[in-house]
Every structure is written in structure tokens, then in C-alpha cells.
Ligand binder design. Structure first.
Ligand code: AMP
Length: 197
């Protein structure tokens, strides 16, 4: 059902070993479902750990990287496919087009920006692919409280405040994303592609 999943995650490894463990666990889940990974194409931090775990387990990995990040020390050289694009915007668009759902692991500004852009497209009905967070060791608790606050203060509609699907484990999150994608496919067979962004 989920042929490819796009993952946003840190270009740093983060403080806790659990972050990298979650990236490796996510790779196992994707491989077990024969789901390919689409990601930012780097070999640094959690991104690199995730790509390496996918490739080490025989999984498919597509990296999408802007030319300016293409220096050999940051681009992963061993991917199934590496697509080089001209801008950060073109990259996000292509990563979204090439995948059926989005998964967010711990990360910094880049990860948050990518996640919120996809949720915004979802909110505006520009796309219908689900966005899920692996909330490793409560990393996103503070952010989720803030999103709840945004809804409470009237800046996020009640109907939209649970657009983010949150689970602690990659396996549970994957199941929920699959259910969501199956539901969308049944109720809106023509949707799923980003066509008005
Ligand atoms: P951050 O969370 O700020 O570390 O940024 C991570 C996100 O930004 C990833 O999902 C990537 O799409 C992008 N990104 C940041 N650094 C790199 C890099 N060195 N190579 C490829 N993509 C990167």
C-alpha cells in the first residue's frame, strides 16, 4: 500500500542513542513492508544512519538533494538513486511527489520546516498524504503542546489540530499511516497527488 515513504530527520545524530535506534528500527519496518525510502540524500546524522540501515538491510533508497548540498562529504554516494535538483523547493516538491506518506524523526530547523510545510499542504487540501511523527523519548512533546496551544488560541482549527499522527514506535506509526492511506484511497480515489502547490 505504501510504496514509498518520505522521511524528514536531523542532519545531526542528536544527544540520545535512542534517536539513531529509532532510525534503524524505522528502516527495518520499511524493509519488512517492501516500502522504499525517499529522503534528503545526505549521509550525515540521523539521515545517514537511516539510509545506511536501509541499504544494509537490502532496502530501496532514493535521495533528493539540491546541487548546493551535493559536496561529496554530505551527499550519500551509495544510494539506489540520487536525484539532484536546483533548489530546496524543487527538492521538497519531488520528495512529496515520489512518496505516499511522510514520517518525521527527531531533527532541527530543517526537519521542522519540512514537516510543517507538508502539514500545511494537508490542511489546505493541496495533498492528502498522511504526516506522522515518531515521538522518540518524548522529543516532540513540547512541540505538540505548542500545537495544542495554537488550536486553543484559535489559530489552528479544531478539525485540523490532529492532522499530525503521533506514535512512539515506528511500527505502530507505519500501521496508522497505512490505515490512513487506505481510507483516503477508498474515499477519494483521485487524490493523493500534489497538484496545486
Ligand atoms: P535539520 O533538521 O536542520 O538537521 O535538517 C534536516 C533536514 O534538512 C533533512 O530532512 C534534509 O532534507 C535537510 N538537510 C539538512 N542538512 C542536509 C545535508 N547535509 N544533506 C542533505 N539534506 C540536508
Amino acid at each position: 500500500m505504501l510504496k514509498n515513504v518520505c522521511v524528514f530527520c536531523g542532519s545531526q545524530p542528536g544527544r540520545l542513542p535512542e534517536y539513531e535506534q529509532a532510525a534503524r528500527e524505522l528502516a527495518r519496518v520499511l524493509i519488512a513492508h517492501d516500502t522504499g525510502l525517499v529522503y534528503g540524500g545526505g549521509h550525515v546524522g540521523l539521515m545517514g544512519a537511516l539510509a545506511d540501515a536501509m541499504l544494509g538491510g537490502g532496502g530501496r533508497v532514493t535521495g533528493v538533494i539540491p546541487r548546493h548540498l551535493m559536496r561529496p562529504e554530505v551527499a550519500h554516494q551509495g544510494l539506489t538513486e540520487l536525484v539532484v535538483v536546483d533548489s530546496m523547493h524543487a527538492r521538497k516538491r519531488l520528495m512529496a511527489d515520489r512518496s505516499d506518506a511522510f514520517v518525521v524523526l527527531p531533527g532541527g530547523y530543517g526537519t521542522l520546516e519540512e514537516m510543517f510545510e507538508m502539514v500545511t499542504w494537508l490542511q489546505l487540501r493541496l495533498q492528502s498524504k498522511p504526516v506522522g511523527i515518531v515521538n522518540v523519548e518524548g522529543y516532540y512533546d513540547g512541540l505538540l503542546r505548542f500545537v495544542e496551544n495554537c488550536a486553543g488560541e484559535g489559530f489552528i482549527r479544531r478539525a485540523d489540530w490532529d492532522l499530525l499522527i503521533v506514535e512512539h514506535s515506528p511500527a505502530l506509526l507505519f500501521e496508522r499511516l497505512e490505515l490512513h492511506a487506505a481510507h483516503v484511497a477508498r474515499s477519494h480515489p483521485a487524490r493523493g497527488a500534489i497538484d496545486r502547490t
